[in-house]
Design a protein around this ligand. Structure first.
Ligand code: CAA
Length: 259
């Protein structure tokens, strides 16, 4: 598939997926969601890709779902739509490898919600993040009312959802919405730096660690602990576990094979 609204670049195990509709501040229409879904399923299945970075570049992440596309939709249109945003976000969230959102400029509405399906968010100093849907007479409909409270707690999430206000990078860091804030011109470099740290780890351990966190959060603590234990046990069947522990005992860096 030739992508028109995103750019996918793969280098040294790191796939960078860049949103590319600058004329509308990377507003997310069905074509973007479909291309994101297609790219996500390909990257998930490609063993040479170890980490995925999603970004919009240094100016804007994404100013939300495409309002022009939604403005005249009826309740029936919205109901019978095959919900491409949900499909794309699901594929990104369940990607069996780390996903980092590198956020500069606006990450609003569906743009903010896209960052919430990443595992880790890095914000540039110029980032402005918010869920302004309430100002359009709707609510965040791509996971914002569900994933944001799970990430930052319901009180803070409700304040953002009810007000539609944008917050700056330092406030996003303070409330745990992003992991890190970096100078804007260093955003791509910092995302790469973090991605490289993950590339050096064992791919199977990363995959199961992500699954243990994501699946465990859907369970009660006892079930989550059981699931964690199963993931842990399974890793003792991998060559990477043998190599990792042998390397520690031999006082040398481990060379993981991802199996
Ligand atoms: N959808 C469609 N087009 C958009 C857009 C969006 N979400 N955001 C910006 N654009 C377009 C503008 O219409 C404009 O196009 P034209 O040049 O053809 O007029 C272009 O991008 C540049 O935008 P502005 O001129 O508005 O730029 P600005 O710097 O003055 O303002 C902004 C920037 C504050 C982000 C403003 O564009 C804005 O408020 N955008 C909408 C933000 C928003 O409400 N997002 C939520 C969308 S709903 C949603 O996401 C639902 C969901 O949960 C899935």
């Amino acid at each position: 598939m030739v992508y028109e609204t995103i750019i996918v670049k793969i280098e040294e195990g790191i796939a960078t997926l860049t949103l590319n509709r600058p004329e509308v501040l990377n507003a997310l229409n069905d074509q973007v969601f479909n291309e994101l879904a297609e790219a996500a399923s390909k990257l998930a299945a490609d063993p040479s890709v170890r980490v995925v970075i999603i970004t919009g570049g240094e100016k804007v992440f994404a100013a939300g779902a495409d309002i022009a596309q939604m403005a005249n939709a009826s309740a029936v249109d919205v109901t019978i739509s095959d919900n491409p945003s949900h499909r794309a976000f699901q594929l990104i969230e369940t990607m069996p490898k780390p996903v980092i959102a590198a956020i500069a400029g606006y990450a609003l509405g569906g743009g903010c919600e896209l960052t919430l399906v990443a595992d880790i968010r890095i914000a540039a100093e110029n980032a402005l993040i918010g869920l302004p849907e309430i100002k359009l007479g709707i609510l965040p409909g791509a996971g914002g009312t569900q994933r944001l409270p799970r990430l930052i707690g319901q009180g803070r999430a409700k304040e953002l959802i009810f007000s539609g206000d944008f917050i700056k990078a330092d406030e996003a860091l303070r409330i745990g919405l992003v992991n890190k804030v970096v100078p804007t011109e260093q955003l791509a470099e910092e995302a790469q730096k973090m991605a490289k740290r993950f590339v050096a780890r064992g791919a199977v351990a990363l995959r199961l660690a992500k699954s243990a966190v994501n699946e465990g959060l859907r369970m009660d603590l006892e079930a989550g602990l059981q699931y964690e234990h199963q993931c842990f046990n399974l890793l003792f069947a991998t060559e990477d576990q043998k190599e990792g522990m042998r390397a520690f005992l031999e006082k040398r860096p481990a060379k993981f094979q991802g199996r």
